[in-house]
Design a protein around this ligand. Structure first.
Ligand code: CP
Length: 334
């Protein structure tokens, strides 16, 4: 059985396009539903019939390992039928539009769509034309909602409540959809969030933080600090999440050189010493070891990078389940 959610907790979202529209109660419901999914995943046969008869179509226009595979595993664990479409082998290469592709997969029986696209906002367009739920597996620079939720889940599993805890996101903030979605979830849950990187890779975020401090752009009650002072950022941090330098999205001239970036902002053991002794090390992946994170830091005992990957399955099961509108009390395990 999947236990019923706490009284009063209801899910009212049709899609998962980003987490900016999720209240703290919504996020908490996802976390608790993911706890139920973790229990299922611990069973010898981690499968329940929650989505039996539901067809989940996974369309990725951009490369992915973790997100695509964990959505597929999650959907199969819920007994959904899964169809995978790689844009490179679909009629997209013949010029078919996003809208035509979405209408086509709907005509082929898709009940839910999971998608990744290089263009920010593409899942919102898909949600306008598709009759069922759309889950965003990452769109351009804009958002990666399921990554932010699994990051939060991983922090809570180790630290409990994140309220008041100092969480540092370090690196290429400018091009990061992961950072943007994490801002919403972490501040909604009351974390003391610090964004740190070279000034060229923080462009626009300082203005956001100023509006935030003025109370003009604060969706949550957490703190939100933007700085290039890595020593101040890491001091007494309880979580340090390094981000990949996203060179595929980067204009020339933003960084003097990779070597200088790594020397000034790479997460090394020496730098990490400024954080709490038990500070969690995180990275959404894929990692460029030796650039944004030293190889020996990525494998420290307190690194939870592989926990993030594993927790992605439970969190994505929770989201698929909540979007399916099923009633937990009516379900039986299998
Ligand atoms: N974190 C993340 O989105 O990884 P993938 O690109 O491998 O899905």
């Amino acid at each position: 059985m999947i236990a019923a959610p706490a009284p009063g907790a209801t899910w009212q979202h049709r899609h998962v396009l980003d987490v900016d529209v999720f209240s703290a109660a919504d996020i908490d419901l996802v976390m608790r539903t993911a706890d139920e999914m973790k229990e299922i995943l611990a069973r010898p046969i981690p499968k329940v019939p929650a989505l039996r008869g539901t067809s989940v179509t996974i369309i990725f226009w951009e490369a992915s390992t973790r997100t695509r595979v964990s959505f597929e595993v999650a959907a199969k664990n819920l007994s959904a039928d899964v169809v995978n479409i790689a844009a490179g082998t679909s009629s997209v290469v013949k010029g078919e539009s996003l809208v035509d592709t979405i209408r086509t997969v709907e005509a082929l029986g898709a009940d839910m769509i999971v998608m990744r696209h290089s263009v920010s906002g593409a899942p919102y367009l898909a949600a306008e034309v598709f009759g069922g739920p759309v889950l965003n597996g990452g769109d351009g620079w804009h958002g990666h909602p399921t990554q932010a939720l699994l990051d939060l889940y991983t922090m809570r599993a180790r630290l409990g409540d994140v309220a008041g805890r100092k969480v540092v996101i370090l690196g290429d903030i400018l091009h990061s959809r992961v950072a943007r979605s994490n801002i919403w979830t972490l501040t909604a849950m009351g974390a003391d969030l610090w964004l740190c990187g070279p000034t060229t890779l923080l462009r626009g975020f300082d203005a956001w933080a100023t509006r935030w401090a003025d109370g003009r752009a604060a969706p949550g009650h957490g703190r939100f600090t933007v700085t290039s002072d890595i020593d101040a950022a890491l001091r007494d941090a309880e979580v340090v999440m390094a981000l990949r330098l996203q060179r595929e999205r980067m204009d020339a001239g933003l960084l003097p050189s990779l070597r200088e970036y790594s020397a000034r902002f790479g997460l090394t053991r020496e730098r990490l010493a400024a954080a709490r002794p038990d500070a969690l090390v995180m990275h959404p992946g894929p990692m460029n070891e030796g650039v944004e994170i030293a190889a020996d830091v990525a494998v420290l005992d307190r690194s939870v990078i592989l926990d993030q990957v594993a927790n992605g399955v439970a969190v994505r099961m929770a989201l698929l389940y909540l979007l399916s509108g099923g009633h937990p009390e009516g379900m039986s395990g299998g």
